[in-house]
Design a protein around this ligand. Structure first.
Ligand SMILES: Nc1ncnc2c1ncn2[C@@H]1O[C@H](COP(=O)(O)OP(=O)(O)OP(=O)(O)O)[C@@H](O)[C@H]1O
Ligand SMILES: [Mg+2]
Length: 411
């Protein structure tokens, strides 16, 4: 801006530097107010934000160069309707006000002085406007060593007010983007859940149909079959609700000493029938000396069960094989649990979606929450999970957790 002094540019330069390094909006605005006070030789500088709903201006940041900050704190409780006081006038007319003696100016309101105990003599007020939208007003109060603020002060405060307006607008845009992203995720979640529930309800309806038919034809076999389908679908619905709850809420693992090899063996036991039905060889390769470790055994049981269940689902060869292995490495202090299969593998384009909620290629047979919930539990244990896969060759999921022994110091 033409006419600014070299010392003025110093203030702008300092603010630019702060803008690069500081992400805290309040701190940044405070820095701008401090620089504005120094640049215009004002006793105090403040920033009032415009609130669309109430059509009020409220003092958001105030910086005085003297005192213990009590005046500034009190000023933050002051609200001014647009049109009232110098700030209100400035906001309404969207133009600068430079007043040398407020006592003889009808635009001045004594309200802020009454509340804070401050005595205002001169004011320089500049509106903050971005893309034709009012953001607020910046005020410098009481010029030191002179009756009124100079033309150069006007220019300087205009530049600083524009900087503050830009920062505030950016922060608001960022917040809006975040809100939109959350809403989109929520919408996708609801759509995914509705799709799953629809599939489960189809199951319930067909169970009810078979049950009905059995009752009409007085055939107990049909009744039992229909009832069985209904019970299974109720269980699926319960699992879905549990998975959704686990996925949506942060949860601290309930850790206690337990035997990870025992957990894996129990899972192999539970899945043996499913594996047999699909002619899959289920193999355990457990490191014998892993010993007792501290983890949430129920939660990890669920994770490994999800992986084994997926691996069996993906098995499609006559030589199908699924292996669960454990390995504790003292050197890097990690426990690794691997579930590998020689099944159909995962397409490159699906690999990046695996851990997203409701991603499934199984149609009505999958909810797509298994891996999302698994990853969440593992991350809550301070670990990570990765998938390696080759189409037609097979897939390996590796869970890596910090190795915590019952004797390890508490984390
Ligand atoms: N071992 C695997 N081999 C091939 N594809 C896999 C394997 N594990 C997971 N996938 C793919 O990842 C998708 C997501 O798995 P995830 O466990 O999250 O959901 P799902 O198995 O479809 O349903 P559910 O929520 O009932 O477990 C699966 O639909 C499948 O396409
Ligand atoms: Mg699954």
């Amino acid at each position: 801006m033409p006419g600014l002094l070299e010392s003025d540019l110093e203030h702008i330069y300092r603010i630019e530097k702060f803008m690069e390094s500081m992400s805290d909006l309040d701190r940044l605005l405070e820095v701008i107010m401090r620089e504005a006070g120094l640049a215009t030789d004002a006793e105090s500088c403040s920033l009032a934000l415009y609130e669309e709903g109430s059509n009020d201006l409220f003092f958001y940041v105030a910086r005085g160069s003297a005192g213990d900050g009590q005046v500034e704190e009190k000023l933050k409780c002051v609200r001014m309707p647009v049109g009232k006081g110098v700030v209100g006038w400035c906001a309404l007319n969207r133009c600068l006000a430079n007043i040398c003696d407020v006592s003889s100016d009808p635009r001045f309101s004594r309200e802020a002085d009454k509340r804070t105990g401050f005595v205002t003599r001169s004011i320089l007020a500049v509106p903050m406007v971005r893309r034709d939208r009012l953001i607020g007003v910046v005020e410098a109060v009481n010029k030191r060593g002179a009756d009124r603020f100079s033309e150069n002060d006007e220019k300087m405060l205009t530049v600083l007010a524009a900087q503050a307006a830009l920062i505030i607008e950016n922060a608001r845009l960022q917040e809006e983007n975040l809100r939109q992203a959350r809403l989109t995720a929520l919408g996708q979640g609801i759509a995914g859940a509705a799709h799953c529930i629809k599939n489960i309800l189809n199951g319930v309806h067909s169970g009810a149909y078979i049950l009905d038919l059995g009752l009409k034809q007085q055939q107990l076999d049909g009744v039992a079959k229909g009832w069985d389908i209904m019970k299974r679908n109720t269980q699926i619905m319960e699992d879905l609700v549990m998975d959704m709850l686990t996925y949506s809420r942060p949860r601290k693992p309930e850790c206690a000493p337990a035997d990870i090899n025992r957990v894996c063996a129990d899972i192999a036991d539970l899945m043996s029938q499913k594996a047999k039905d699909k002619k899959v060889e289920l193999v355990l390769a457990l490191q014998p000396d892993v010993g007792e470790l501290v983890f949430d055994s129920k939660a990890l049981y669920r994770c490994i069960l999800n992986l084994v269940s997926n691996a069996i689902d993906a098995s499609d060869k006559p030589t199908a094989r699924v292996e669960i292995s454990t390995q504790a490495t003292k050197e890097d202090g990690r426990l690794r649990i691997r579930v590998s299969d020689n099944g159909q593998g995962i397409k490159e384009e699906n690999l990046k979606n695996l851990f997203k909620a409701f991603f499934s290629t199984k149609g009505s047979k999958g909810t797509g929450l298994g891996l999302a919930v698994t990853q969440k539990i593992i991350v809550e244990h301070g670990g990570d999970i990765v998938a390696e896969s080759k189409v037609g060759v097979g897939t390996t999921f590796t869970i890596s957790l910090p190795l915590v022994h019952p004797t390890s110091p508490k984390q």
